[in-house]
Design a protein around this ligand. Structure first.
Ligand SMILES: NC(=O)c1ccc[n+]([C@@H]2O[C@H](COP(=O)([O-])OP(=O)(O)OC[C@H]3O[C@@H](n4cnc5c(N)ncnc54)[C@H](O)[C@@H]3O)[C@@H](O)[C@H]2O)c1
Length: 250
């Protein structure tokens, strides 16, 4: 499927990441269907997209989004608790919790329901994409990739696209174009068995391990490590002074 054919995007799981992904895709002009488990969660997702700190209403209030764009984007988002609501989507982005067996299961289910030409993408933080795709039909595997957004999605500027040995170039090109339409920069990453994390999370984890070692060995204090990296490398924040972080929308 080429980018011009992508009209409708399905988001599986409307949590911290799924809500943000739905929001940016609607603003980018796609029709979006979000599937989650029950009406209460869906209400929370709708609220997050509209009312939260990074939601559209605030973007309008602070002058970052025209009012009409916000209204039109909200009209493009719909919600469902029935996975069959994703059947006609051109791209489905999965953002359910980080459990490998759950991701394998939901993709196997989607594979039976969603039209055969649709592209599937997982927003896993780091599982091997080929393993997530293990239970979909061989024919779908060329349309299966990773699409790793960062939290908070409406703010962070990168989306890693991860390809497996089976992923077609057309799929990579289309997902890159989808993310670019949503105003993200898109590094392309090769899926690698035996690893966890792609570019950002692997490098972040390696640096964090080194920083912890400096603390444990009594070489420098947490405060001085933060100050050194902020002042010496122009990092916006250090490891230890960060408030919130993953899952807490900073
Ligand atoms: N939170 C982050 O900072 C962050 C950043 C990048 C990537 N990720 C990855 O994104 C994914 C989602 O993380 P999150 O933080 O948004 O989690 P979350 O717990 O906020 O949201 C997950 C949502 O999936 C729903 N869900 C569970 N099973 C489902 C099913 N079968 N069908 C549909 N919906 C289902 C849950 O009800 C929940 O609303 C994970 O793989 C995570 O590793 C998270």
């Amino acid at each position: 499927m080429k980018i011009d054919e992508v009209k409708q995007i399905g988001v599986l799981g409307g949590g911290v990441m799924g809500g943000g992904i739905a929001q940016i895709m609607a603003v980018a002009g796609f029709t979006v269907v979000v599937r989650d488990l029950n009406d209460e969660i869906i209400e929370a997702t709708r609220d997050a997209i509209f009312e939260s700190k990074w939601g559209m209403k605030r973007a309008v209030e602070v002058g970052k989004m025209p009012f009409d764009t916000c209204v039109e984007a909200m009209q493009r988002v719909s919600f469902t608790t029935d996975v069959r609501g994703l059947a006609d989507c051109d791209v489905v982005i999965e953002a359910v919790p980080e459990k490998l067996d759950l991701k394998q299961r939901v993709f196997a289910e989607l594979d039976e329901i969603v039209k055969p030409e649709a592209i599937f993408a997982s927003n896993t933080s780091g599982f091997v994409i080929e393993e997530i795709a293990k239970d979909v039909l061989e024919s779908r595997k060329q349309q299966f990739a990773g699409m790793h957004f960062f939290n908070p999605v409406p703010v962070m500027k990168t989306c890693e696209v991860i390809y497996t040995p089976q992923t077609s170039q057309e799929t990579v090109d289309t997902l890159k174009a989808v993310a670019e339409k949503a105003r993200k920069s898109v590094p392309i990453v090769k899926d690698m068995p035996g690893t966890y994390g792609f570019i950002v999370n692997r490098i972040f984890a390696a640096a964090r391990r080194e920083a912890d070692k400096l603390v444990d060995d009594g070489i420098a204090s947490k405060e001085d490590i933060d100050a050194a990296m902020i002042g010496g490398r122009n990092w916006p924040v250090g490891f230890y002074g960060q408030r919130g972080g993953i899952g807490k929308q900073w």
